[in-house]
Write a protein that binds this ligand. Sequence first.
Ligand code: PNS
Length: 167
Amino acid sequence: MNLVRAIYPGSFDPLTNGHLDLIERGSKIFDELIVAILRNAEKDPLFTLAERLQMLEEMVKRYDNVRVETFEGLLVDYAMQKKAKAVLRGIRAISDYEYELQMALMNRKLQPQLETIFMMPAEAYSYLSSRLVKEIFRLGGSVRGLVPELVEQRLREKFHGTAATNK
Ligand code: PNS
C-alpha cells in the first residue's frame, strides 16, 4: 500500500479556526496528516509547548487520520524521519506567498523528494492569524468565531485568570 503521509508544521500559538480549516481539508486528501508543532527555544510563545499540544490534540481527536507531534531541527529531516511525502502549508493572501515560496523552495533544495502542498483556508479566515488573535485578545477585543472555544477559554485563563471577559 502506498499511503500518503503529510506534515502540517507550524507554531500554532495559538491554534486558530484557520488552522483547523486547513487540518480538515488536509485530512480529506492525505491518508495521514501529522500536525507538527515546532519546538523553538528562540521564540517566546504565549502558550507553552505542552499547552499547544493539548489544545491541538483535543481539537483533532475527531479525525481518525490526524495526529499531533512536536519537532525540532530542520523540517525536512523530521519529514524524512516520518517517511512523509508532503508538507502542507496554508496560503491566506498574496502577502503569504513570498515567504511560503522561499520556504518551499529551500525545503526542496534541502530535500528534493519532499513536496510542499499549499491549500487555501476558507475565505472567512483569510485575514486571520495567531499574532492578531493574541493582540486583539490582549487589548480586550473579541476573538469569538476566530478560534475554537477551547482556545478562547485558555486565552481567558492566560490573560485574566478565569474571569469571563472579552465577550
Ligand atoms: O507557523 P509558522 O511559524 O509560520 O511555521 C513556520 C515553520 C515551523 C513551518 C518553519 O519555521 C519551520 O519549518 N521551521 C523548522 C526549521 C527549518 O526547517 N527551517 C528551514 C525552513 S526553509
